[in-house]
Design a binder for this molecule. Structure first.
Ligand code: OGA
Ligand code: NI
Length: 357
């Protein structure tokens, strides 16, 4: 007998995981349908992708070990990439392939478990932390064809271990190891970005503050038999300072000059993606790009996004060194911008205008 196609409200749909709907072999319900502009996903080799690929290797060495010119060239590439694309794929970041593989592995293993196991870490529809979907968006906004596990990882006293999976057994240790590496890499990148703008190397680290936040979002994108109708994640910019993303398959796209560009698959690379607060701190020089995730009819996809955000309650704003007569202040001082951002995100909008000077 054909099932009546009633469209359930978002609250009820969000109490069910996308992974469960896929197992039931259902067509996506209406609130997930959000697009009709299906574009083909062709697999260009990495060498053909226009997304900048930057080897940070020489920044890991002490300055006496590397010719100064080599460092200047890397900093120029970082500046050019972030001023035009707002992102680059980083290699030579110093995180071992073994650890990157382990992070992909624990993520896959977590989502592959039976639903009862994952629901031990379930969030409520209004919460952020835990396993589930984003909090219910405003009326009329579409839902994402994905499930995720969201965890506060830094500062340490903000961790809620009740949401940290006990299975797979190595989950916690691997996440702790990855967190340490993310701290190191965010320091490295924050310094490099400052130097690339001829600013004091610690200026962004100071703005992020002693209690800067790292949050890990493990995303699971189920296949969808109608990838032309849904999105794994709707178009948005991030509300953090910047975000570091590891993926196993293609699917993520960034928008540049009204065109979507695919982030190519590269198991050793991390995507460094500017978010709104870096656009504010650089007085608009570095761009916080809109990005989205496509669904795929055949394969699933894992990504781990780590959001690096200034400490709670700290005011941030354009660096003085980037403001002068020719380039006036574009943004004012803001604090807890990520909260403002989320309010707009829920309505399908960007929040950057609220920070305009
Ligand atoms: C995000 C995001 C991209 C991805 O979590 O904000 O953009 O590839 N993720 O999952
Ligand atoms: Ni994002």
């Amino acid at each position: 007998m054909a099932e009546a196609s009633v469209d359930l409200p978002a609250e009820i749909l969000l109490s069910k995981r996308v992974q469960e709907m896929v197992l039931d072999n259902k067509e996506p319900p209406a609130p997930y349908k959000c697009r009709d502009d299906a574009d083909s996903e062709d697999d260009d080799p990495i060498s053909m992708s226009p997304i900048p690929l930057i080897d940070l290797g020489c920044l890991l060495l002490s300055t006496s070990e590397v010719p100064a010119q080599e460092i200047v060239e890397v900093l120029e590439k970082i500046n050019a990439a972030l001023s035009s694309w707002g992102c680059f794929q980083a290699i030579g970041h110093g995180i071992s392939n073994l650890l990157l593989d382990k992070v992909r592995q624990i993520s896959r293993e977590f989502f592959a478990q039976p639903m009862e196991e994952k629901k031990k870490y379930a969030k409520t529809v209004v919460d952020f932390e835990g396993y589930g979907a984003d909090p219910v968006p405003e009326e009329g906004q579409s839902l994402d064809w994905s499930d995720r596990l969201f965890l506060n990882v830094q500062p340490e006293d903000q961790r809620n271990y009740k949401f940290w999976p006990m299975n797979p057994e190595s989950f916690r240790d691997v996440l702790l190891e990855y967190t340490d590496e993310m701290k190191r890499v965010t320091e490295l990148i924050s310094r490099a970005m400052a130097k690339s703008l001829n600013l004091h190397e610690n200026c962004f680290l100071k703005q992020f503050g002693e209690r800067s936040q790292l949050q890990a979002r493990f995303n699971y994108y189920s296949p969808c038999k109608r990838p032309d109708l849904v999105l794994g994640l709707k178009p948005h910019s991030d509300g953090s300072g910047y975000t570091i993303i590891m993926q196993d398959e293609v699917g993520l796209q960034v928008l540049k000059d009204d065109k979507w560009y695919k982030i190519p698959k590269n198991p050793h690379a991390l995507l460094v993606l500017m978010a709104d607060q870096m656009e504010i701190m650089t007085n608009g020089i570095f761009k916080s790009p809109v990005h989205r995730v496509l669904s795929n009819s055949e394969r699933d996809r894992i990504s781990v996004a780590v959001f690096y955000t200034p400490e709670v309650g700290k005011e941030i704003g354009p660096e003085d060194g980037l403001v002068n007569e020719r380039t006036p202040k574009l943004f004012k001082m803001v604090k807890d911008y990520a909260d403002t951002h989320f309010g707009y995100y829920q309505r399908g909008m960007r929040a950057l205008h609220t920070a305009q000077a």
